[in-house]
Design a protein around this ligand. Structure first.
Ligand code: IMP
Ligand code: MG
Length: 176
């Protein structure tokens, strides 16, 4: 589990540049009051950097967190459940859902449906990573950091069995 054994997919510099770019695009597309709903735990590092990049381009969102579980080890389970809910009211709000990676789409679809049901007025989605060709349900990412190959990625918040989240870069594991 030594850090040096995890090959780099995207470096700290690449991530920083890409997040600045995302912040510009979000600022353009989402004017007015904004509420960010970050899906934990995988998105915590991305969210922290994204909201500071948003600050630099003049966006000052409200922020809340929701913990959803859909994943067990390296195989996606079918069921998504809320482990910790948001405490803010999203009714009539413009909401940006932020998550680490879009794979089958189940997690994102579930989050969108919950927020819609609660009356959010406009929901957009920002994903750090997207794995193409793995979608089981329709879930659209409006803003995407990077497209990744079909590897199990870790670091920068993403985990394998709750390890590797602390890596400042995005790497991958040679399992599968
Ligand atoms: P989905 O519901 O299948 O789209 O999966 C989304 C969730 O699965 C993400 O929020 C991650 O927590 C987890 N996940 C999917 N692929 C990976 C990966 O390659 N590395 C780490 N976590 C992953
Ligand atoms: Mg996750």
């Amino acid at each position: 589990m030594a850090e040096h054994s995890i090959p780099v997919l995207f470096s700290e510099e690449e991530i920083r540049d890409r997040i600045d770019d995302l912040a510009h695009r979000i600022a353009k597309a989402m004017t007015g009051d904004l509420m960010i709903v970050a899906l934990l735990r995988g998105s915590f590092m991305f969210t922290a950097d994204l909201i500071r990049a948003l600050y630099r381009v003049g966006v000052h969102p409200q922020i809340d967190f929701m913990t959803l579980t859909s994943y067990d080890g390296i195989h996606s389970t079918k069921e998504v459940t809320i482990n910790r809910d948001i405490t803010e009211d999203v009714r009539d709000k413009q909401v940006l859902v932020v998550d680490d990676i879009l794979e089958t789409g189940r997690t994102l679809r579930y989050a969108i449906d919950v927020l819609k049901e609660r009356g959010a007025k406009d929901i957009k989605t920002c994903m750090l990573l997207e794995k193409p060709g793995k979608r089981d349900v329709v879930a659209h990412a409006d803003f995407v950091g990077f497209t990744v190959p079909d590897k199990f990625v870790v670091g920068y918040g993403l985990d394998y069995d709750n390890h590797y989240r602390e890596l400042p870069y995005i790497g991958y594991l040679d399992i599968h």
